[in-house]
Design a protein around this ligand. Sequence first.
Ligand SMILES: Nc1ncnc2c1ncn2[C@@H]1O[C@H](COP(=O)(O)OP(=O)(O)OP(=O)(O)O)[C@@H](O)[C@H]1O
Length: 688
Amino acid sequence: MATPTPRRTKVMKQGRKVRVVAKIRGFSDLEIGSTTAAAVTPWISVHKPKGDASESVTISLADKSASRKESWELDYCYEENEDNEIFFKREIEPLISGVFCGHHATAIAYGARGSGKTYVIQGSKEKPGLAMLAVAELLSKAEENGTSVMVSYYEILHDHVYDLLDPKQPEVPILLDAQGKIKGLSQVPVKSISEFQKSILGRPGYSKPLLKIGAEFCHRSHKGLIVHVSPNGAKSDTHCMGKMNFVDLAGYEDRRKSIDSFNMVDNNKINKAIYALQNVVYSLNHNESHVPYRESKLTHLLRGSLAGTGRIVMINCLNPSFCQDSIFMLSLASRACQGVSRAVPESIKKTCQGVSRAVPESTKKTNNLARPTILSSQKSQLCGNVSGNTKKTGSQARLYEKKSHGMVSTTKARKLFDEASHLAKPEKMSEKASSSLDNVSTTEALIKEEGKLPADALEKLSAGAQKDAESAPTWEKEAFHLAASGTQESSTPQKDSSVHGEKDYEEVTPIIMNGKTALGFVGEGQNLDKENQSSLINEGGSPPISSQLQELSYKLKQLYYSSTPLCIEMPEKNDAPTSLDIMEPKTPERNVKVEEKCEVAGPWERFSTCSAGMKKSLVQEYVNFLNSASKEELKKLKGIGEKRATYILQLRENSPEPFKSVDDLKDIGLSAKQIKGMMKKEVGGLFN
Ligand SMILES: Nc1ncnc2c1ncn2[C@@H]1O[C@H](COP(=O)(O)OP(=O)(O)OP(=O)(O)O)[C@@H](O)[C@H]1O
């Protein structure tokens, strides 16, 4: 008999935009028929203090290696016996009326591999998934109120977006118009649910099968469906009332499980997208001023729906039998909804305490104050195979203290001299700075952050963290990856053999900043200058390069914040040279005020001022060049071949000046690391 289905939107916490729920998948017939007990041994228990009406639930996972249970708190958990219809009634249906009033809704399924994401979103013939159920409901409502329904269907593989409804030009750039609407994805009208099921959902993925893993071809990508609702006869891209997004993310897999280089690339890209999404969810839930949408193609694409009044349901799919990756996913999920306007019922608090490992009072306090309330037991268990950790708790306590006092970022330590654009920035860091190279030097941006970083924290963190890293659980290992990344990862394969032939081994790791935990991209070892890397893990003090750069950055920072403009004026757009061959650093125009300042300042300050201005000018010229050069001229740039040059021209057809900063080169598939490398080469080339 069907269980009553209380609507859940009412319990959306005030100030919380994103609802985070779990769905434990049912055992498949194959598993039930399995002879191994492990395949069918349940390992999850859910505590719902008020049954279906609980405002939050505690999910406990039995860690078989440590033979104990660890618990996490989410907004709700749907168990094995609660099928897609129940989920739909409670979570999705209440959002549908909002779509007809111009609001957007998004449901995203994510989790470990094989955790039932596709089953939840797409469903099967017998059991329709959320997308099917929603389209049926939207169609019936659209018929009642004279609106029409159109859909877009896309796939994201290795940071490339493919339009599944336009086989002629499958790959699309992600261009958003001023309202944040996506341009480039085709939209197909849907009249009936059977047509939708057959001709839309039934379509095979475009990119299948591009990757060969071991002996078999593997196809792991994110898939998304956008259902647009618009008044009859109106073009949905101009008169769209609201839209619903359904996203079936590729499954998370610990990259250390990768069986070969292809699989490693695959895992890195997928995990990066998952972490980027978590960062966005975290920022949205915490009402942060900067939401890092541009960290991945998916979040960039979803931006219009996630921002503003959009409602989001994150569905953390869980494997019903033991799965290490599910532990990690659940820990991430709980982090996204913690620490914000949460009135946790006493009964739940007690339950959590009951299952937690003893943690020093001081640690608990600082932890609660300083960051999303991840129980220390959660942290220590993210890897699942952590043994007694009194020692680790000690070190954690030290970290927490630093966090609460002042914004310790492990990534800051690692990334001191790397791309600022990779970091999930602290709230106060302006968009201007975050868009990196074109506005402010990356070093400067980092130093801006570093300014908030107690000097000893960085040292202790990098040294202490390194020591603890070995015994730390997965997420901590990744966070403390700063020292290891350079050496350890240097042995990883250098070549991404996907169709696009890029090498990009960026990894994303949890980072801690402003006392909060978020996730940020971290370029792996290859990204970092070796000398700088070693400096970061050297307890003995800053090496010369580090201190020089810091000094230079400090100067840049001062200049950036000074009200006086730099003594270089940006060239007018019309003056842009047509080729880098004729590009020369502009002679700074004389500006009396600045000159006075420069004269008062010493030669070093003067030099720093000019260098910063040169850089800004050069970057702007580069951007102008990208927006105006011919194909042949574009190909003269390092890193831009026939394919990318063609792509740039296509982008320019859609928008006259698609590049606002060099960061926008990410839209043509370049990573921040590659962009930085290109700029370095161009600048270096001037001195050849
Ligand atoms: N509720 C359920 N009841 C029974 N079987 C299920 C249920 N959910 C999923 N399954 C089965 O479990 C298997 C994995 O499910 P599914 O393909 O949806 O996982 P996934 O997370 O999308 O996998 P991947 O990570 O490979 O994309 C499939 O065989 C599916 O039929």
